[in-house]
Design a protein around this ligand. Sequence first.
Ligand code: SER
Length: 591
Amino acid sequence: MTTDQIKKAYLDFFTNKKHAVIPPAPLIPQDDPTTLFNNSGMQQLVPYLKGEPHPMGKRLVDSQPCFRAEDIDEVGDNRHTTYFEMLGNWSLGDYFKKEQLAWIWEFLTNILKLPKEKLFISVFKGDKNIRKDEESIKIWKSLGIKDNHIFQYPAEKNWWSRAGTPDKMPTGEIGGPDSEIFYDFGKEYNFHEKSEYKDKKCHLNCDCGRYLEIGNSVFMQYIKTKNNSLKPLPKQNVDFGGGLERLAQAVQKTPDIFQINIFKPIIKSIEKATNKKYQGKNKTPMRIIADHLRSAKAMIDQGLEPSNKQQGYVLRRLIRRSAVKFRQLTGELNSQNFSKIIDEPALIKEINKFQKSLNKGLNLIDRATNKDGSCQKVDAQFAFNLFQTHGFPFEITQEILKSKNIKIKKSDFNKLKKSHSKKSKSASAGMFKGGLEDQSEATTKLHTATHLLHQTLRQILGDHIKQEGSNITAKRLRFDFTHDQALTDDQLKKVENLINKQIKKDLSVTKKIEKLKTAINSGALAFFKENYPDKVTVYSIGDFSKELCGGPHVNSTGEIGGVKIIKQDSIGAGKRRIYVALKNGIKKSAH
Ligand code: SER
């Protein structure tokens, strides 16, 4: 079976079990300050797992494109990728462990026809706060799984929340014990014997590569409270996630994810472009190029451009890291050859930008690390200079230096960067590298203000205004829209005044579930780049605005207090960007 066939079989299987298929969320989330990229299927379902009714019901299924920046350094082994599709099914307070484990077992063994003896199970061992998951063990046994295929692990392995173990979960974050399914590639590949773990015992969660996690049923039951304890959620939910590419590995019986049907052609084109074979020490750089370019393409397809900030910086890092690996394989970075792998203009433009400085930068590193040569100190300042002058993302310098046994700290580099430009904010580091920022009151206020801004722009500038994207942090909202000229000072003032007028009126914010067609026909605004399910949640602000949205919002506009437009920018032909902050929370450098 190909990945497409596996995906279809999964969606059909759960549709037959009365699940509604929901559209995947965009890879780059809108209005979610907690994460730069969608990195799990449940991300778009957080409010519903917390208890809000979902417009499509209590049983949902989808296939969600995900990107995990935190796995970037793992890419190169037999199973990690930064971009992947996650098959997911959810019970929102409907079925629970008994149905979930039986169904997923049926899907794996009857539909995908994976041999039972190759499948292994892990369950939560329990700790001082939460009991061992005896129930799951019992269910697995009732399904015919033998004792020697079921293993227990602590929270580090069998607890799932977006932030990790219970102690790492911030207030308001949800999580629960989970049960994972592993596929055993068997002893014949000598994974363990050939790995750095060879002196230790091999087990399900060993990183040698023999056992591959192919699915995870999370029993989403708890929410972290202010006093740092776990409180049961109003309803018991199921959140299943299974990596499509990994399922394909098991089905296609290849322990190398880069040999499944979707990666094979990419690897082939890398072989052609580099004139090297996918073997021996070429494998790691080729895997990195294949993964990073697939991720980069998915981001570019969503309209992202390489930059030095947030998501754009991650994209830049992916492309430039592929360029470094390409040069490692071929001895030069020739963009014409590079374009044989992927002929994507935005990507090649970035390669061209980096081409000249790559050689200079690498020569500098060589000279500085050659003991007989330069007396230059290789430290954070050195990495900062490479970043400033030659556009080397810090992580690339760090990786090259690491291979020469030189360590430099990101915190030292960041200090230099911060003092150089108070404005600059890098990377994804603080934003959800497993950790979450708290959902703050300010972001909720700004979320409602975004709806007010959208409607206001249409009233003042005209109905041609369409949302192109938006992004909200606790400090400001950013709104992109279609319009072909800068707003005059007078227009900006009018926009600000009209929003503040609606705030003063203290209009109530109400929520309703409607059929998508009904909502659109009634004039509800939407972010048309997103795919919506057949039923949607619609938020109305008095009679002023009506918009498709998942929330959260304030109860009435008075809670916002007041807003101020900070600045406007052009973001390319026919597109504008406006930044707005709360009146009492304005920071001069907000952007
Ligand atoms: N949330 C879990 C995961 O991402 C299962 O969907 O692995």
